[in-house]
Design a binder for this molecule. Structure first.
Ligand SMILES: C[S@@+](CC[C@H](N)C(=O)[O-])C[C@H]1O[C@@H](n2cnc3c(N)ncnc32)[C@H](O)[C@@H]1O
Length: 208
C-alpha cells in the first residue's frame, strides 16, 4: 500500500485512535515554537490539522500541504480560517507550492515517510527567508531502532505505513549541508519518565 493510500484509509480514525506519538508531538511543537516569532508558515504534512490550528493562531498566514486528500479534508473541516491555504502535494517532487519565502517551515511526523532527506532540506532552504526557522518533530529514531512504526488497525488487520529510519546525525548533517544550522534539539518522554526511550525528537534549525 502506498503512503498516500495508507493515510487516506487512516484519516477517518487518525484523530480518535489512542496515539501517544501524535499527542506528544503536539506538545513538543507548541513548546519549541512558543517563543519563536513568525508571520508566515509552511506546514509540511499537515495531516488532519492537529498543529495547523495552533500555527494559524500565531501566524498571519499558513500554507498547509499534505499528500492525502482524506487527511486534508478533515483539516479543512477542523480549521476554518481565511489565514490558511490547504494544498495537496507530494513533497518528494519539486515544491511548486512554495510561491513565496517563509519565516517558518514545519515537519511533524512526516520525515519518517521520506527516503531522501537531501532533496527535502534543499527545497526547505529555498522556501525559507534568511534567518527563518525549520521545526522538525519526529518519532525518535531510538523508538524506530526498537521496532516502533506508524501503524493503525483496520477490519482487515494491522496496516503499517512505509517508513525510513533517519539517525540524528542524518538530520543534522544534511540540514547543515543546505545552510540550516541547528539551534535547538530536544527529546520528549512518555509521562516525563526519563528511564525509558524518548518518544519524540525535535530539531530547530535556522537558515544562516
Ligand atoms: C503521521 S501523519 C502526521 C500529520 C500531522 N502533521 C500530525 O502531526 O498529526 C503524516 C502525514 O504526512 C503526510 N505525508 C506523507 N508523505 C508525504 C509526502 N510525500 N508529501 C506530502 N505529505 C506526506 C501524510 O499524508 C500524513 O498526513
Amino acid at each position: 500500500m502506498t503512503v498516500e493510500d495508507a493515510y487516506n484509509d487512516w484519516a477517518a480514525q487518525y484523530d480518535t485512535n489512542k496515539n501517544r506519538t501524535r499527542d506528544l508531538e503536539a506538545v513538543a511543537l507548541r513548546t519549541t515554537l512558543a517563543a519563536i516569532p513568525f508571520e508566515t508558515c509552511l506546514e509540511i504534512g499537515c495531516g488532519t490539522g492537529k498543529n495547523t490550528e495552533w500555527l494559524v493562531r500565531k501566524a498571519l498566514h499558513v500554507t498547509a500541504v499534505d499528500l492525502s486528500a482524506e487527511m486534508l479534508e478533515r483539516a479543512r473541516k477542523k480549521v476554518s480560517s481565511n489565514k490558511v491555504t490547504f494544498l495537496q502535494a507530494d513533497i518528494t517532487q519539486p515544491w511548486h507550492f512554495a510561491t513565496q519565502v517563509y519565516d517558518l517551515v514545519t515537519f511533524s511526523l512526516v520525515l519518517e515517510h521520506i527516503q531522501n532527506l537531501n532533496f527535502i532540506f534543499e527545497q526547505t532552504a529555498a522556501a525559507l527567508k534568511s534567518g527563518g526557522y525549520t521545526y522538525i518533530g519526529e518519532l525518535h529514531p531510538f523508538k524506530q531502532y526498537s521496532g516502533t512504526k506508524a501503524r493503525f488497525d483496520t477490519e482487515e488487520g494491522r496496516q503499517e505505513v512505509e517508513c525510513y529510519t533517519h539517525h540524528i546525525s542524518d538530520f543534522v548533517q544534511t540540514a547543515t549541508q543546505h545552510g540550516l544550522k541547528l539551534v535547538d534539539l530536544n527529546e520528549y518522554f512518555d509521562t516525563h519518565d526519563k528511564s525509558g526511550l524518548p518518544r519524540i525528537l525535535t530539531l530547530l534549525l535556522q537558515k544562516v
